[in-house]
Ligand binder design. Structure first.
Ligand code: SF4
Length: 82
């Protein structure tokens, strides 16, 4: 549970940084790759959430430790998650 909260916080923090033009390019590249998969996934909802887990995809895709609930993309290895 603690790790799930940490992942959610991490994703929304990185989303806020992107909105403030303070984004980390490695995180943004990861998010673009993941979102390109989500954008063609039948589980993506019009609201921008994942229909499998209910997460906000703009944040979930920016959380390196998060993964797709049906294994379409995985956790991302980066020094920033250590
Ligand atoms: S997280 Fe996975 S299941 Fe959800 S919309 Fe993206 S690819 Fe589809």
């Amino acid at each position: 549970m603690k790790l799930e909260i940490k992942k959610i916080k991490e994703g929304f923090t990185n989303l806020a940084k992107q909105k403030l033009n303070m984004a980390d390019e490695e995180i943004e590249a990861m998010a673009r790759d993941r979102m390109s998969i989500c954008n063609v996934c039948p589980s993506k909802l019009k609201s921008g959430r994942c229909g499998e887990c209910g997460c906000v995809l703009a944040a979930k895709t920016r959380s390196p430790r998060s993964s797709c609930p049906i294994n379409k993309w995985n956790q991302y290895e980066t020094n920033k998650t250590k």
